[in-house]
Design a binder for this molecule. Structure first.
Ligand code: PMP
Length: 354
């Protein structure tokens, strides 16, 4: 029998980090920043003229683009902004991965990529990371319909340098290469300068991690005027107003507060070094992170059990029940107090298991 149900979309969505109403939770499971946004961004919120909300936002978010163009030393025609970098990436997939050939990305990477491929009917091929979780650039010599790669990669936390990215671009002159730099500010190599040399390179960024504005949903991309023009055309064929007026105002204020940005990023990096050392002292293997999270494992202990133990103690970290990384946990770097609570619970877990 025919039913409307046969016509409904069947899709397996991306699963974000768990949320809770409990205020006593140490929430280090979604790579959020533990520090508040820049006081200048908070000031922009307080001074915001709410009467203006009856107007649509500027469809081009011109002022925010100008602030980003100045910050990154590129032209305003080289900047695209969107409703979080998930929005920017989803639009980029629709804009640049339109051929018949499979796009290429690593087997262990941001788990939203296969979801967008499925949603937009984009064929894809994955290349395994090596045994040290590194990307083998030679894999990406094979003909493809496009390349997408987070640098640093997630959830491995490992980053690649300029030489790697140049080789990747040289091998892929006939495809668009998207570098997802969601975590780059915490110590990675940024390819933004290469967008001036390579017209087929799109670099995506976000205000959700290093700028503590995940709740405002601000993402951006930097690339040649040609790529940005196509992104704009696709966005304007879908939703002209993806960035709201308040996000524009707070985003600009955040970009203009370099001192606060540096201070908070440096604090996260310092805490990351301390937690990495503490975990290593307790026998954990911890990958050398260039992000605001760490990937860790410990021989002889189940990381799934540790994840569940911590959850019962109200410390939320992330565990992926996926091939190759099921022996690892991913821990976002929180404040020093939060990480002390995390470390104390880890210590109790290891002692309980002795
Ligand atoms: N890219 C990567 C690699 C991420 O981990 C995330 C965060 N989940 C995003 C992009 C998207 O971040 P947002 O939409 O908050 O900008």
């Amino acid at each position: 029998m025919n039913s409307y149900k046969d016509k409904l979309r069947k899709i397996t969505p991306y699963v974000p980090g768990e949320q809770s109403k409990d205020t006593d939770i140490v929430k280090i499971n979604a790579n959020e920043n533990p520090y508040p946004p820049s006081p200048r961004a908070v000031e922009a919120l307080k001074n915001f003229n709410t009467d203006a909300l009856r107007f649509y936002p500027n469809a081009n978010a011109t002022l925010l683009k100008e602030a980003l163009a100045k910050y990154y030393g590129v032209g305003v025609e080289n900047v695209f902004v969107g409703n979080g970098s998930d929005d920017v990436l989803a639009l980029a997939f629709q804009s640049f991965f339109c051929g018949r050939e499979a796009i290429a990305y690593p087997d262990i990477t941001y788990s939203f990529y296969p979801v967008w491929c499925e949603l937009f009917h984009i064929p894809y091929k994955t290349y395994p990371l090596d045994e040290h979780f590194r990307v083998n650039v030679e894999d990406y010599r094979e003909k493809n319909g496009g390349v997408v790669l987070p640098n640093p990669n997630a959830p491995t936390s490992l980053g690649e340098g300029e030489d790697f990215i140049r080789r990747l671009l040289d091998y892929n002159a006939d495809s668009v290469v998207i570098i997802d730099e969601a975590y780059v500010d915490f110590g990675g190599y940024s390819s933004v300068a290469l967008t001036k040399e390579y017209e087929n390179l799109l670099v995506c960024g976000t205000f959700s991690k290093s700028r503590s504005l995940a709740g405002m949903r601000i993402g951006f991309a930097i690339g040649s005027a040609e790529l940005i023009g196509v992104l704009e055309a696709v966005k304007n064929s879908y939703n002209s107003y993806t960035v709201d007026s308040l996000s524009i105002a707070m985003g600009i204020a955040s970009v203009e507060d370099e001192a606060y940005f540096r201070t908070t990023v440096d604090k996260v990096i310092k805490t990351r070094t301390r937690v990495t050392n503490e975990l290593r002292k307790r026998g954990f293997e911890v990958l050398d992170s260039q992000t605001n999270f760490i990937m860790a494992t410990h021989d002889g202990y189940s990381m799934k059990e540790l994840f569940e133990y911590l959850k019962a103690k109200k410390v939320f970290i992330r565990y992926f029940s996926l091939p190759r990384i099921e022996k690892y946990i991913r821990i976002t770097i929180g404040t020093d107090d939060e990480m002390d609570r995390f470390l104390a619970e880890v210590k109790s877990f290891l002692e309980d298991k002795q």
